[in-house]
Design a protein around this ligand. Sequence first.
Ligand code: NAD
Ligand code: IPM
Ligand code: MN
Length: 360
Amino acid sequence: MKLKIALLPGDGIGPEVTAQAVKCLQAVEETFGHEFEYVEAVVGAAAMDKSGDPLPEKTLELCKNSDAVLFGAIGDPKYDNDPDAKVRPEQGLLRLRKELGLFCNIRPIKVFPTLMEKSPLKKKVIAGTDFVIYRELTSGIYFGDKSVSADGTSATDVCTYTESEISRIAHLAFKAAKRRRKKLTLIDKANVLESSRLWRRTVGKIGESYPEVALDFMFIDNAAMQLVLKPSQFDVILTENMFGDILSDEGSAVGGSLGLLPSASTGDNHALFEPVHGSYPQATGKDIANPVASILSAAMLLDHFKLDEESRAIVIAVLKSIKKGIVSPDLNTSSKYGTNHIGDFISANIRDSEDYLILN
Ligand code: NAD
Ligand code: IPM
Ligand code: MN
């Protein structure tokens, strides 16, 4: 298969981890006989340094004209620490999601059997954890009207949802639940928020056409607790933009590190793949960032194009690296392995999967 992949490494550890994901995709190309073209462009603070714009037109055009986008991370402390900054790196990612229509963000959370000890939670609590968050990504409070009063003493962010924005992701979440353990939990704050009540009404109605899926509802405050109390109770979580953002970082602690979580953002015409984590500025250039989230995002990219064996080869190689203890310091404080070495190890093992394929 031929694919044109837009590479947007971004800021902080973004370029380091994306480079490892590209190594793995190249190993897949060679092993399985595909041809991927990679075209790189700037985004976030790196783009602002060049042109002042966190999403230059050229970058957006490239993404629109590619089969998929592989995104690193954006964000820089110089903007994080300046509440008065008018333009911010994050706006580049938000605009990209909106422009590409990436309304459905998929964030799978699984506990790797060999990493059970790494979770801050007890083994008996995390055993059997395997859920996926369907996070609405192009609406809600992130994209509502924003304003600050003239005297600067009050500020407003509006949260709006429409029935159609809810139903298009709800259908995808129900379909995912049908393929999985047939349970869908809508997480909201329907005891307080009108927008959440619209989610409940809309999702409840859609649920009637998926009778094989057990639908339940949970308030976000309880869900935040349940996620660490009994994470194995969840199968598919469906939720709005901001709740999904918060729950996914919380969920990462169950599996041991945010550096392990990949994601796919899909819409009707485009798809983008990126780690759940941010630019982790403290680690920039130190060769200590965990590249697995980015590498597994590349596996999700392959899944998206129905390259199942290829995607599985990446996952198997990642599992092997973890089993052999080839992990970054977030998983083993005394680890001697760096970001690059882990990428080399995993990509070499993807090439080894050639033998595996011949044998099978
Ligand atoms: P972060 O995700 O960058 O880091 C939070 C913590 O998670 C780190 O201190 C580290 O302990 C751990 N971590 C994250 N990625 C890791 C990795 N690959 N390997 C090992 N450990 C890892 O979040 P933050 O510190 O709140 O934000 C830093 C910047 O990133 C901000 O500017 C923020 O806006 C931005 N951000 C961007 C994205 C994105 O690009 N999608 C996502 C979240 C945050
Ligand atoms: C994420 C990030 C982004 C979000 C930020 C950087 C805009 O935290 O992808 O999880 O909040 O969606
Ligand atoms: Mn986030």
